[in-house]
Design a protein. Structure first.
Length: 551
């Protein structure tokens, strides 16, 4: 979504006052780039750059053919500046930064939906599990046609968001237009505190195997992991699958706390090195009674940043067998600086290293394009490592720096543990599975089930039938994706699993999603066969001397 200001209401003089205040953000970032040089020389160069920038802005203000909001110019310019640094330094305007803080804090007040304006419609992009909207039966793909009796057609995302917000406990009337249905669904949603869950599933796969999925390292991650482990322990867990796949990272201190749950007191988890004073730190476990069960950690190409800190520490200390794909390879630490008018700049100020001394940052190309599309590309299984990248775990196992965390046991599976054909990936990219899921409703849902044919009302124990697969095939043929009969047969298990996953996501929640996927997920099933190796690693680690200092 592009941030756009409304019509210009300020006279030019006041508008330029706003621009001058915003320019302090540019000077601040430019000053950071000059850090460490002669103070007088750096100040002179910054002032010269400031004048160039201000002159360009003034020329645009006076002569550009259309009126351009000043805030848009400033944040676009800052974004371009950040793109000369690295792929992860970036700037956020006030709205974006507020959303980031909301996600990190793990809670906010509202109904629990993400929305986007698409061709004049207010479309629900995602629904937070257990939030008011989820409990009411709203789902992805629904169009919010009316809010509080007002026609929402043509509204911007900001207009709709403001109308959906309100005091805690109050009710908002919404009318929903759902694809495939002719009538509107009218319902009421009571506003409440919305918790953004970081542990979407903690279940027992069998009588002794616990499974814990950590989706991101928000500010509640450690607390939720601790609560999930308590539940699994009470259920009789004797071994653990810790799923960090597609975990993009998050808050550093939460990574330290989560890793500490599995590592002995004093074990080094990660250390950072940078150019700015105070950027060199060592982070160690303070856990007096860590979990000692045999453990397998699942990672894939979408596991990044904080999830690589945790998996790297577990691997370097020989605490967990790492299974799956090579992780993304992000070892840069961003410090967030507040800017004028509520925006923020996230600037890379340090690099982090795993306990063995690995910098796992993957090299990037000049435009960052190959770097950013890494998750879409096939992984190499025959990487040639430079001699200097070789490091060793506590027990002398070989590990390598410079390209993510490489798994101890590899099985490619970029989409929920599956490695589908190009045809299968195209179905995901075109959202065909999500669109098919919209046809179904939860049995007993009084708000929507009455309008849905009997065959489309599902209970939690449903199966994907041949009739459903035939119907889905028809949707594929009409979706614009070129149908490939051979690939359809090759992707049969993947297609059935994704149909069920998307229906479960809409109707039953992530615990059900993970329980149903567990039996089909190739990476997870592969990992379960490796627990003898995980047990041997745990026992060898317990008998070995303490951890070695970093290289």
């Amino acid at each position: 979504m592009e941030f756009m200001m409304g019509p210009r209401l300020n006279p030019p003089r006041r508008r330029w006052a706003l621009v001058r205040v915003s320019l302090s953000a540019v000077v601040f970032v430019l000053s950071l780039r000059e850090y460490g040089r002669s103070p007088l020389m750096a100040q002179d160069e910054v002032q010269a750059q400031y004048k160039i920038f201000a002159s360009a802005l003034e020329a645009i203000e006076r002569t550009y053919v259309e009126d351009v909001p000043s805030e848009r110019l400033i944040y676009s310019a800052l974004g371009g500046l950040m793109n000369t640094l690295d792929p992860h330094s970036h700037v956020e305007d006030p709205r974006q930064y507020a959303q980031t803080r909301q996600q990190q804090e793990g809670r906010y007040y509202g109904i629990g939906v993400s929305i986007q304006s698409v061709k004049g419609d207010v479309v629900i992009v995602s629904v937070t599990e257990h939030a008011p909207a989820f409990r009411t039966g709203l789902r992805r793909g629904d169009v919010i046609a009316r809010i509080a009796g007002q026609d929402a057609s043509g509204w911007t995302t900001e207009q709709a968001s403001a109308a959906l917000k309100g005091p805690l406990g109050t009710v908002v009337d919404v009318a929903i237009k759902r694809p495939g249905f002719d009538t509107l669904f009218n319902t009421q949603v009571r506003r409440d505190e919305v918790h953004l869950v970081t542990v979407p599933a903690a279940i027992m796969l069998d009588a002794e195997t616990g499974y814990l999925k950590l989706a991101e390292f928000g500010e509640n991650a450690d607390r939720e992991v601790g609560e999930a482990l308590e539940v699994l322990n009470r259920a009789g867990m004797r071994r653990l699958v810790f799923d960090l796949r597609d975990n993009p990272g998050g808050v550093l201190d939460q990574a330290i706390l989560v890793a500490s749950r599995f590592l002995p007191r004093g074990a080094l988890i990660v250390y950072t090195r940078g150019r700015v004073d105070g950027s060199a730190h060592e982070y160690r476990s303070e856990q007096r009674d860590p979990l000692r069960l045999p453990m397998i950690t699942l990672v894939d190409r979408g596991s990044a940043s904080a999830s690589e800190i945790v998996s790297g520490a577990l691997q370097d200390h020989d605490r967990s067998l790492i299974v799956g794909e090579t992780t993304f390879g992000k070892a840069l630490v961003q410090s967030v600086y507040r800017l004028s008018h509520g925006g923020a700049a996230a600037i890379t100020t340090a690099r982090y290293y795993t306990p063995s001394g690995r910098l796992i940052q993957r090299p990037w190309d000049g435009t960052f394009d190959d770097y950013r599309t890494y998750t879409l590309l096939p992984q190499s299984t025959s990487t040639v490592h430079p001699v200097e990248s070789l490091k060793y775990t506590d027990m002398g196992r070989k590990v390598y720096a410079g390209g993510g965390i490489e798994p101890d046991r590899r099985l490619e599976g970029p989409i929920e543990g599956f490695n589908p054909t190009r045809f299968g990936r195209a179905l995901v990219a075109a959202n065909v599975f999500e669109r098919y899921a919209q046809r179904f409703t939860r049995r007993g849902d009084a708000r929507f089930a009455a309008s849905v044919p009997e065959g489309y009302r599902l209970s939690e124990d449903y199966r994907v039938s041949e009739a459903m697969l035939d119907e889905f095939k028809g949707l594929v043929r009409s979706s614009g994706v070129r149908f490939d009969e051979a690939a359809w047969r090759q992707d049969a298990a993947f297609v059935s699993a994704m149909i069920r996953k998307e229906i479960d996501t809409d109707l039953f929640g992530q615990a059900v999603v993970r329980r149903h996927l567990a039996g089909d997920d190739p990476q997870l099933q592969f990992a379960l066969t490796l627990f003898p190796d995980a047990l041997a690693l745990r026992d060898a680690r317990a008998a070995a001397p303490g951890p070695r200092p970093p290289a």
